[in-house]
Design a protein. Structure first.
Length: 254
């Protein structure tokens, strides 16, 4: 190849390489759903359960009841009535009990969940009741879930608890979301802003579809990996069979 043509070829290849690298760089947020914690209230949650005699409930080697939460057990949301997600292992339990507590540990919301014995991740969407209309802003609330394996022996049951706090969305996040081309991009924005529940719920809504895309499955894996929940990546995701919600004012039903 003549020297002049060789130089032109080299410049052409260099230019294409630069364009390719720039393109890859611009696409990277769409596959980078790495959760960045936005805060911590200093009170640890218990995202994985285990009763003192939990072996009566689960088969040996089974992953225990687990909240899909950051490792700290604390997560933020911008939603007035967010959706929570819990991994339910195959067990003898026919029912789980969900409770939400206010800042002074009063039960403000409760719901029973019917189980079918299957291994699955269930969605628990909060719903308004007569006395609980929404999460208050800037106030951490504790929630827990009890897997009732043996009604008359609490030590054989499985228990988890975590914290949720509703916050105002940062202005930059709102602007970035408006410009995001896909829901996967939106999940990335939520995750990097520390809005755990929005990041998880956005991807869960995509993953629960029958023909979830490869990009969705990769994004789901990346997000769970970022909080050390890799073992739950392939677990089926379903909407839970929930009872009508009960607010904390109705003590007779709690």
């Amino acid at each position: 190849m003549p020297q002049q043509q060789s130089h032109r070829y080299t410049h052409w290849v260099t230019g294409l390489t630069a364009i390719a690298l720039a393109t890859l760089g611009s696409l990277s947020p769409a596959i980078a759903q790495t959760y960045q914690p936005s805060g911590d209230i200093g009170v640890p949650g218990r995202r994985q359960g285990g009763g003192t005699r939990s072996g009566q409930c689960l088969a040996p080697g089974t992953i225990s009841l687990t909240a899909l939460m950051p490792e700290s057990g604390y997560g933020q949301t911008t939603a007035a009535l967010p959706t929570l997600y819990v991994y339910i292992p195959a067990s003898q339990a026919g029912q789980a009990e969900f409770r939400l507590y206010d800042e002074v540990d009063n039960i403000v919301y409760a719901q029973d969940i019917t189980l079918n014995g299957a291994t699955e991740i269930i969605a628990i969407p909060l719903a308004a009741t007569a006395n609980f209309t929404e999460l208050p802003l800037n106030q951490p609330y504790r929630w827990d879930l009890l897997l009732t394996c043996t009604p008359n022996d609490f030590s054989a049951n499985l228990f988890i608890d975590s914290w949720i706090e509703r916050v105002e969305p940062p202005a930059q996040v709102t602007a970035d979301l408006a410009a995001a081309p896909t829901e996967i991009d939106q999940a990335t924005i939520y995750a990097e802003a520390g809005l755990w529940f929005e990041a998880l719920d956005t991807l869960a809504a995509l993953r629960i579809e029958q023909n979830a895309s490869e990009a969705t499955l990769t994004a789901w894996e990346t997000l769970l990996d970022s909080v050390n929940l890799h073992s739950l990546i392939g677990i089926p995701l379903v909407n839970g069979e929930l009872s009508a919600p009960i607010d904390g004012s109705d003590d007779s039903q709690l």
